[in-house]
Design a protein around this ligand. Sequence first.
Ligand code: PLP
Length: 431
Amino acid sequence: MDKLAVLGGNPAVPRDRRSVSWPVITEEDRKAVLGVLDGDSLVSNSDTPTAVDDLEARFAEHVGAARCVGVSNGTTALQIALAALNIGPGDEVIVPALSFIASALAPLHQMAVPVFADVDPVTFTLDPVDVARRITGRTAALLPVHLHGMPADMDPLRELADRHGLAVVEDAAQAHGATYRGRAVGSLGDAAAFSLQVTKNLPTCGEGGLITTDDHAVADRARMIRQFGEVIEAGKSRDYVSYRLGWNAKLNPVQAAFAASQLARFPGYEAQRQANVTAFLDRLRGLPGIQVPARREYSSHAWHILRFRFDPAALGLPEVAPAALRAVIRRVMRAEGVPLSQYQLTTLAQQTVFREREGFGRGYPWAALDGAAPFAPAGHPVAEAVIKDSLTLQKRHLDPTSGPLLQFYADAFEKVWSHRDTLVTLARAAS
Ligand SMILES: Cc1ncc(COP(=O)(O)O)c(C=O)c1O
């Protein structure tokens, strides 16, 4: 049995086999970018069709939504989707306690207050039972996040939304290509937001975002809001009238052309990723004390991030704190060449911006709720446990050629787990 690398043995992942790249940039991508530079539309508010219009049409078709609106990034996509659905001051928006910060900042930018609900311990997506408990007369929207590429359980959330007259905005920033009961994410809510940021499953060469919706009025409002509240229509000259509050949140045609070029290869990359990740995870399922990322029977999974939970009791260490075991596993696995990392360090509810209510000043937007205090930093036991006991793999496995690397990662898990005694000794010492 090979000695652990942390104790001076050879790493399970050979150093010269570790490099893969994401995004994969091809000659087609370069041509697409140069095509925009050589054309006559370097901004999306041109009166002739641009690369942004082209990407919008292709992505709407890809998702099965009636409309798509390109914007500057995934955070503005969320914010503009909420704005286009008229979510604003005095409203509460229910957001999962476990997500990337943008999911909760977007309602805040609308002067609405995020109310955090707990998540499911396996899918890490909104727990509909906890959501139901947190609905008040001020709740205006639900914001389910398809976290790490796993679709939220949309049917019970839609049922709650319909019963209480709430809008549903999907945060699909991490979930391009995932499906729920056979339908693509992005076609399940009143509107959805995607990120094209360069590390995402559908990347651009920098930053970008897309809103999808079946509601033409919502799409028309989103187009206005992304550009100063104006109405911009191909073939009509611009009148410079602001019909409503808007921002400058346009998507750049260069980035749209790059993303459209990537979208053409997306189905092939996605199929390869499914094969690579499934073969990797299948090798880990028998190892004790690891909760391996999984999908539910009602969905596919886009595997944007792979989050593993570690259970001290299942490793015979009931007295060791999950965070101590997690720290030891991180150190030992990184020595083997597996770049496990922590993702969020706190739940969203525990983020300083919400605990200290650092919003628009003078207590806003919370002050708009007439003294109601609709959330507390604690009270999300599942999200809090996941933060303490899990580690993630990010980005490298998105490369369609990462299959062999992932098999080395599986070798490393098996090697470390065959040295469980050492792991246990190190965790006890750390604890
Ligand atoms: C769940 C989630 N929502 C929203 C965003 C925001 O996207 P962007 O970085 O494009 O603003 C991200 C980005 O990582 C995300 O992971």
